[in-house]
Design a protein around this ligand. Structure first.
Ligand SMILES: C[S@@+](CC[C@H](N)C(=O)[O-])C[C@H]1O[C@@H](n2cnc3c(N)ncnc32)[C@H](O)[C@@H]1O
Length: 330
């Protein structure tokens, strides 16, 4: 008899909502782009007609993936790659491609990884397969670049004084996690509902892990990987991610006439069927059991046509990609 899979402590967000969207497609292969603790993959594999190809950039999930492999055998395969490399997966008849963005509780609660402002010691924040760590950013980037990262990725009102103080203090001492928290708290004196460090830490995580570029490239490649009729499902956790996903589905699910001087037959095509315009959010009872789910938003659409070029989508978010492309000598 097969051993039962016991999930790690991460709670899968909006799991029954996800299942109700994808269950009409059951009987085929699903790509879980963000395997994490395996909650979504397990739900899909509970139906014996399904197989899962799971991806995760974090190699610390390899042991969970190995357990899945021994239980589900050929129905499960895992790749330690970023989802922006999803085009490496060459498979026909994919039913749905699923993204559950952000961090698993296992990553956040591992204080050695410096993802949370509750960590101590070296600023790291790498999810896996990164080019540099947060320590490199804080110790090497110019004041102007730090300012842009904090302003655009954290919407931090105090981006200017915080970046200035980092650059002043790093001349004397190495800035570690607890020092960064002290700097933020010394500048943001007023009490707010949120922890004062939330925005700056969010901004640094986005930059270190190139989350915007990953998402934009991941969505486009998911569309190219998916056959007509398949679904793309995305769960986001902050407003920048949600803005990108909303634009991606909405822009290409509406028929528009690009110019009022053009004849009616030059209407743009509909590439997605967007059956629900508003995002699905967790119920009060889910938020009560799992408070980190409170900022989750789920959006999905079905592919209707091949051949979308996504130029407008890419151009619309180039200003964010440019910030992720800032160099250490900018
Ligand atoms: C919120 S967790 C997923 C949890 C999972 N749905 C579950 O039920 O256990 C997000 C996971 O996605 C991974 N991840 C985030 N960005 C990624 C990317 N660009 N490519 C591949 N994996 C990524 C993280 O390493 C993390 O393990």
């Amino acid at each position: 008899m097969n051993a039962t899979i016991k999930l790690e402590k991460h709670f899968p967000v909006l799991l029954s909502e996800l299942a109700s969207i994808i269950s009409p497609l059951y009987g085929g292969t699903f790509i879980d782009c963000t395997f994490g603790a395996g909650g979504y993959s397990k739900k899909i594999l509970d139906n014996k007609l399904n197989s899962v190809i799971a991806l995760d950039r974090d190699s610390s999930v390899n042991s969970t993936a190995a357990k899945f492999h021994s239980k589900y055998k050929k129905r499960f395969e895992f790749h330690n790659i970023k989802f922006s490399d999803i085009d490496q997966i060459k498979r026909d008849n994919i039913k749905a491609i699923i993204f559950d963005l952000g961090y698993s509780l296992n990553q956040i609660s591992d204080l050695n990884r410096g993802i949370s402002f509750k960590s101590k010691g070296k600023l790291d924040m790498r999810m896996g397969l990164n080019d540099f760590s947060c320590d490199d950013v804080i110790s090497k980037m110019s004041q102007q670049s730090l300012f842009k990262i904090f302003k655009y990725f954290g919407d931090e009102k105090y981006a200017k004084p915080i970046s200035k103080k980092i650059v002043q203090l790093r001349k004397k001492n190495k800035i570690e996690t607890e020092h960064l928290v002290e700097i933020i708290e010394s500048i943001k004196k007023k009490k707010t509902g949120k922890n004062k460090s939330t925005k700056i830490f969010q901004a640094l995580r986005i930059f270190v892990n190139k989350e915007i570029t990953e998402l934009i490239n991941g969505l486009i490649k998911a569309y190219n990987t998916l056959p007509i009729g398949g679904a793309i499902v995305v769960v986001t956790f902050h407003s920048i991610e949600d803005k990108i996903v909303k634009f991606f589905f909405k822009e290409y699910s509406e028929v528009k006439n690009s110019s009022r001087y053009l004849p009616k037959n030059s209407l743009s095509k509909k590439y997605f069927n967007l059956t629900k315009k508003k995002p699905t959010i967790p119920s009060k009872s889910e938020v009560k059991i799992n408070p980190p789910s409170r900022s989750a938003k789920l959006r999905f659409a079905y592919k209707l046509e091949d051949g979308c070029d996504f130029k407008k989508f890419v151009n619309n978010f180039n200003y964010l990609k440019d910030i992720e492309n800032l160099n250490f000598d900018d």
